[in-house]
Design a protein around this ligand. Structure first.
Ligand code: AMP
Length: 199
């Protein structure tokens, strides 16, 4: 498996290919997009909530979404996947298991048990704070940041500030969905940002 990149065929031996489970067949991004459920006025009026649970509930789509999210990422090139509370944990931990690297949760303030760094950011009304364990990433470690959705970019920008405090080397930031009309990527500096589905 060494040198394999996600997005390329797994194996070139025909016997092994025959033995692959059906969930490893390729899935188009359009098919993933069609399965995302739009829920108007959740959790409050005016918000079009993008519900990714139908993607998670279908093993083939979930696996396909993960393969697209990790396209071009070489095994051994990432030390830690950082996932953002809460749906970033789902995609982030799956990604870490697929790459065989570590997973680090960035959580809402007050949830992590050990010593943390914290970073606050503005919401439409009020503010929020995210936290990371001080020993979650060592200085110089190569990190890929994952979340389900990029909206205003506030959460991801606050996470980048935490990773900066730890001296992480951020290789890139990847989202399943981007709400481009909110210009979230403008808050993410020069980091390479990729999203599978853009609204
Ligand atoms: P933001 O900090 O504004 O970029 O918001 C990103 C976070 O809020 C992500 O972790 C998303 O899970 C969640 N989020 C924001 N807007 C939506 C939406 N319309 N549908 C689903 N999740 C959303």
């Amino acid at each position: 498996m060494l040198g394999h990149r996600w997005g390329e065929p797994w194996l070139d031996g025909s016997a092994e290919v025959r033995d692959n489970p059906p969930c490893m067949q390729s899935v188009s991004i359009a098919e993933i997009e069609r399965s995302i459920r739009n829920v108007p006025d959740f959790p409050k009026p005016g918000i079009q909530f993008k519900d990714i649970t139908p993607v998670l509930a279908d093993g083939r789509l979930f696996r396909g979404a993960m393969e697209h999210l990790l396209a071009g990422v070489e095994l051994g090139s990432v030390d830690k996947i950082v996932g953002i509370d809460a749906r970033g944990f789902i995609f982030g931990s799956a990604a870490a298991a697929m790459l065989g690297c570590g997973f680090v949760p960035v959580r809402k303030k007050g949830k992590l048990p050990w010593t943390t760094h914290e970073q606050s950011y503005d919401l439409e009304y009020g503010s929020a704070t995210v936290a990371i364990h001080v020993d979650a990433v060592r200085s110089g470690e190569r990190v890929l940041l994952l979340d389900d959705l990029l909206a205003t970019g506030g959460t991801a920008a606050a996470t980048l500030a935490l990773l900066d405090k730890l001296g992480a080397r951020v290789l890139g930031i990847r989202f399943l969905i981007e709400l481009s009309f909110l210009s979230g990527r403008d808050r993410l500096g020069n980091h390479p940002v990729k999203s599978l589905i853009t609204y």
